[in-house]
Design a binder for this molecule. Sequence first.
Ligand SMILES: [Zn+2]
Length: 401
Amino acid sequence: MICRVCDSTKLVPAVDLGVQPWANHFLRPEQAGQEPTYPLRVMLCEQCQTAQLDYTVPKETMFAEHTYLSGTTKTLSDHFESTARKVNDRFFANRAGKAMLDIGSNDGTQLKHYKSLGYDILGVEAGRLPAEIANAAGLTTLRAFFNAETAAKIGRKFEIINASGVFFHLEELHSVTDGIRVSLAEDGVFVIQFLYMKRIVENDAFDQIYHEHLLYYNVRTVEKLLQRHGLALFDAELLPIHGGSIIAYATHANKARRTPALEALARAEDHTGANTLPWYAAFSKRIAQRKIENLAYLRQRRAEGKRIWGLGAPVKGNTLLNYYGIGPDLIECLTERNPHRRGLVAPGSHIPVKIEDELGDTAPDVYYVLAWNFKKEILARHSDLIARGVEFYFPVNPKDT
Ligand SMILES: [Zn+2]
């Protein structure tokens, strides 16, 4: 195996989550048990220190039919709005005729906010359903995988290029990054948002590891990728979104001047050893211990005759359920707001999904919260259930950032 970033062959196993089905593929009940499984293992490159999966599920399998919609949660929609405003105010508030490209634009939630700030917008999204939803809302979206070829077809420059999360799912990493460079205006800003691997490890949030996330970046490692393609980071900020995400700003390499905030984040990685093998070995040990504790807790509650439901059916929840080996005997169902998952069962665990609006007044004794990254929103929305004595258990408790 060759490192996805630097082509080195010096990759060592860092975190092993066993074999797991593709976590985004919720199944019809009759498909349960037929889903293929793949190794889910993070390797660390000894040359460039980038953490990455060693097994790639083909991207056509992963992205063509995914049902994740970014507009469905208020926290995310608010985050996209504040990001658009912040980026525009800082860089292009007085620019006329400005354009913005969103890579992996999903249902157009981010595009919408830039459009309202006066940008000529374009989204690129491979998923059929989100692309249809965006276009129907007048948010121009090209249904494609973004790469150098797509960039050549688009044939225009953009003041802002945004890539939230998806940039780090992408298989054709070098082609994508080249495409970004050629599409970025001379004084353009590339806004990259990604789950912060240092924070994933600090939170023991191993459920953020799944097949769509081929790469797990820290500031030091994302810099190495960009450098290889004539781009450079000049600023970065740690945000609480998804339990700890970085919003980083890059531009053409010759234009970049690093901010103290970026330097501070990079130095903190060096101090903690966040890009080294012992850091990952300690993480692996902690999550094995959490497995024992979580199973003991769930079995105890079941022995007491309590009903347990999962709250949320996020993709990452499947990594957690499957690594812990939790099935319908422990968790009866997963409650979810996204109606596209109606009647489906979770891959691997085969726990059925129930749509929140259709539950009426019924509630379990315990909610096992898989969508832990929306903790505040969830606790606020369910204050009535908490008052009725329903217990909310969070398997992951992120630090405040
Ligand atoms: Zn490498």
